[in-house]
Design a protein around this ligand. Structure first.
Ligand code: BMA
Length: 829
């Protein structure tokens, strides 16, 4: 009989069995949602305040120190099946499972599933299922104390337990240590055999797609499976079978699909997906199990070969070396069950609309849901998946070791069918940490000394698991890493680079000190959208240093770095009084401009540098952070700068030998050529000098032109700029001095509003240069969205901002609400 899968996600309750002294009195049997965690259950029952608001986070730490009991009952009747199993797809984290009072499993790994045979414990009629979660803090601390501490960028013991690291707090995330049945649970019954792993190894041979489908089955150990079983694989009309001889549990099937359409990232082609159907049948031909996977035909390799510079890091898709424009992805919510498919789709669409085509699933988070990877397949977004290690030394001793290996094997098999999956990466910053942080300093009490720190995982075990379970997929030991243990892991000339001195220590113009081969992390902070900020922090009047604001700023000296980073670029009010609105505008503008500056520099070095992956696309709660999209899903000004600087056709001014050149970058699959007009103009519009050149770029290439001295030499650097424009409408601006020194005219903007229903057009014109004109649609309505939000308007020009706002808007309100503003509002005042 075929496998039956019965969901057991209903009827659950949760109770606090024991907790720290700070825990409040709670009723027993609080209704629990599965999948879910304690926090969301307590919130739904009205027993705790929203942890994302104000300083509530600090008042809720007791939850992570509690022992929690989940319980449900279900009816069961024997259906004649030979095998009955409970499948927990995910338990967070230190869990003891009991069925009808008998302990059936002890678990301590959030990142894997647990399949538990339960035949002997099931009863006809009512059954009681219990899961007790021990406090994960205490579990990890006990292991840390018995094995000895290891270096960790954070004080929490996340490196001693297999649980999402950022759940213990990060420099953008709250410390909300969860517990619960965070993924579905089901009762599965079957006889004879079922499909276990189905792993399609995809290739392209000429115009044919090739598939080797590796199949593992689980068979009923108690029964003698005397007869042969058959597995059949089909894609459309193309089908093949393999007979598994009695007793055998694995086999493979080859398929060759003629004239396949290739899968591409969204900006380079289409995303054709093929349904692969795999059926397991018994010797009579009766179906035992069935699996459908959506696959895509493409090749993705990583070119890390040595060259005259050092060693490359280039993704090659269907034979085409590409410049990657991507962003780092963190868990979109501290409580993963709230991350619905729709929410993921919206977030991935925001990445696509920002002209990104790669997401790096960062190692301090989680292996994302099946929906995440399926959406990336459908929408044409490459996925770089980290194994789950970040910013710490990890023990390679038991019990962590077996958990690491089990979770890696399981998740590699789960994710490998996805065409979007481009590479596996061993860890985040741990190889760098070992080299450059204090780990090797024996004078330090927690130095690693002779102990293990994770190298065995990154250099030996994980690559072996990828080679065996997902043959053919690229593996790299870490980010950053240089490709060789003899070379500094964050070397500019080799492999991957993280740039963090910009933001932490030096001005953003120092991005130009680096021409790395591939920038896997670089980022700059800014506050969330104003409506997100005011929704989540209730103090009034709010100031940049209100206690609530500081509770929603987790970076070390974050606010100090924001001010010090902006001061060389942007004007602060002369009286020094930076109110929350001015601060918000300036910090969002500076974040946007810092990243625009960095990306334009990296892209203009196309060829040497072959990728930028911004830190970070998203947030998990409302917070001041490096994200382009805030914790409520609202786009910050950075998002717009990201979209513009990642456009397939980029025009930018970059320093040449002493004077600016115009660089064109063509990341589109067709050639781009045409005239470029470059003018030096005064802020009142007077054209002072002019030059016309020609840019000729093949597909996926870049080119530059030099400029005559009279064009690039300003008479008054504070009141002139260079403007380059192509026939196709691409434009670049160059200022001779930082914005703070510009002699901006404080003349008011000329604003006109026309509205049809929710669609508003705001036409802004200015007789003189209007710098950093920002339109914050959420200040008009929390759901307001603007198509453009950050532009510089040239003298005599106008810009039409299109927005969607669900109420009628007047010109005065645009200004009084601070929804529309520009730099001269602050300059010199
Ligand atoms: C890198 C990341 C994260 C961190 C970010 C900002 O180290 O890997 O750990 O959030 O920098 O500091």
């Amino acid at each position: 009989m075929p496998v039956t899968r019965r969901s057991l996600t209903s009827g659950w309750t949760v109770s606090l069995s024991s907790g720290p002294a700070s825990a409040p009195e709670l009723p027993d049997g609080i209704p629990a949602t599965v999948p879910g965690v304690v926090h969301t259950d307590l919130l739904a029952a009205g027993l705790i305040p929203d942890p994302y608001l104000d300083e509530n986070e600090q008042a809720l730490t007791w939850i992570g120190h509690g022992k929690w009991l989940y319980r449900t009952t279900f009816d069961w009747d024997h259906d004649g099946s030979a095998v009955q199993e409970l499948l927990f797809e995910g338990l967070d984290t230190v869990a003891a499972v009991a069925l009808n009072g008998t302990g059936i499993a002890n678990c301590a790994n959030q990142h894997r599933s647990y399949r538990i045979p339960v035949g002997e414990h099931l009863r006809t009629g009512s059954n009681e299922l219990e899961v007790v979660f021990d406090p994960v803090w205490e579990y990890a601390e006990a292991l840390r104390d018995s094995q000895g501490d290891l270096p960790n960028a954070y004080p929490s013991p996340f490196n001693f337990v297999r649980k999402m690291a950022c759940n213990f707090g990060w420099d953008w995330g709250p410390q909300l240590v969860t517990a619960g049945i965070w993924k579905p649970v089901s009762l599965q019954t079957w006889s004879v055999a079922r499909l276990d792993r189905v792993r399609p190894v995809v290739g392209v041979d000429g115009t044919d797609g090739t598939l080797e489908i590796l199949i593992d089955i689980a068979s009923d150990a108690s029964a003698q499976v005397a007869a042969d079983l058959t597995v059949t694989a089909a894609i459309g009309e193309v089908t093949a079978s393999s007979v598994l001889a009695a007793g055998s549990t694995s086999g493979s099937i080859q398929l060759r699909v003629p004239d396949v359409a290739l899968w591409w990232p969204h900006d380079l082609g289409a995303q054709p997906l093929y349904d692969l159907m795999v059926t397991l049948t018994d010797s009579t031909g009766a179906e035992l199990d069935f699996r459908r996977q959506r696959i895509g035909f493409r090749t993705i390799t990583l070119d890390t070969s040595a060259d005259e510079i050092g060693s490359a890091f280039t993704f090659v898709v269907n034979g085409e070396p590409i410049f990657v424009r991507g962003a780092n992805w963190i868990p979109d919510d501290c409580f993963p069950s709230r991350i619905t498919r729709d929410r993921l789709a919206g977030r991935i669409d925001q990445a696509i609309a920002a002209n990104l085509h790669l997401l790096r699933v960062w190692g301090g988070g989680m292996f994302e849901s099946d929906d995440f990877y399926a959406l990336c397949d459908e929408k044409g977004v490459l996925v770089w998946q980290d194994f789950l290690f970040a910013c710490a030394a990890y023990p390679e001793e038991e019990p962590i070791r077996r958990e690491v290996l089990a979770e890696a094997r399981e998740n590699v098999a789960r994710l490998m069918p996805h065409p979007s999956l481009a590479m596996w990466n061993g860890c985040n910053e741990n190889i760098w940490g070992h080299e450059d942080w204090t780990w090797k300093d024996r004078s330090w009490k927690d130095s690693i000394g002779d102990r293990t720190w994770g190298a065995g995982y990154y250099f030996t075990e994980l690559p072996a698991i990828v080679a065996e379970v997902d043959p053919g997929r690229a593996y790299y030991p870490g980010s950053p890493y240089s490709g060789s243990r003899g070379i500094h892991p964050n070397d500019d000339h080799h492999g991957l680079k993280h740039i963090w001195d910009v933001w932490n220590d030096v001005d953003y113009t120092h991005y130009r000190d680096y021409v790395p081969r591939f920038v896997a992390e670089f980022g700059y902070q800014g506050p969330p959208a104003a409506s997100t900020m005011h929704r989540s922090i209730s103090e009034r009047p709010l100031t940049p240093t209100s206690p609530g604001m500081l509770a929603h700023q987790k970076a070390e000296d974050g606010n100090g770095k924001l001010i010090r980073g902006a001061a060389p670029h942007l004007p602060f009010p002369a009286n020094g009084d930076l109110d929350i609105d001015d601060w918000h505008y300036l910090m969002q503008v500076n974040q946007a401009e810092a990243i625009r500056f960095g990306i334009e520099h990296f892209r203009s070095n196309r060829g040497t540098c072959m990728g930028t992956v911004l830190w970070q696309l998203n947030d998990c709660w409302p917070v001041t952070s490096w994200a382009a999209v805030d914790g409520d899903g609202r786009r910050k000004l950075l998002w717009y700068a990201l979209r513009d600087s990642c456009a397939p056709h980029l025009l930018t001014f970059q320093p040449g030998d002493g004077s600016p050149r115009v660089v064109g970058v063509n990341d589109a699959p067709t050639s781009w050529h045409g005239e470029v007009r470059v003018q030096r103009i005064r802020f009142d519009g007077t054209v002072l000098a002019q030059h016309t050149g020609r840019l000729v770029m093949d597909r996926l290439s870049s080119a530059s032109i030099g400029l005559p001295a009279d064009v690039v030499t300003a008479a008054n650097p504070a009141a002139e700029l260079l403007v380059a424009t192509t026939e196709s409408g691409a434009r670049a601006l160059h200022f001779f001095v930082p914005d703070v020194q510009l002699e901006l005219d404080r003349a008011e903007l000329d604003i006109d509003v026309s509205q049809t229903g929710d669609t508003v057009e705001v036409t802004v014109s200015s007789p003189t240069l209007a710098r950093h004109v920002a339109l914050f649609a959420d200040r008009l309505h929390p759901d307001g969205v603007a198509l453009d939000a950050l532009v510089t308007i040239l003298p005599g020009e106008s810009h039409v901002f299109e927005l969607t706002v669900a109420r009628s808007i007047g010109v005065d309100e645009l200004v009084s609400s601070k929804a529309l503003r520009h730099l001269a509002d602050l300059a010199g005042g």
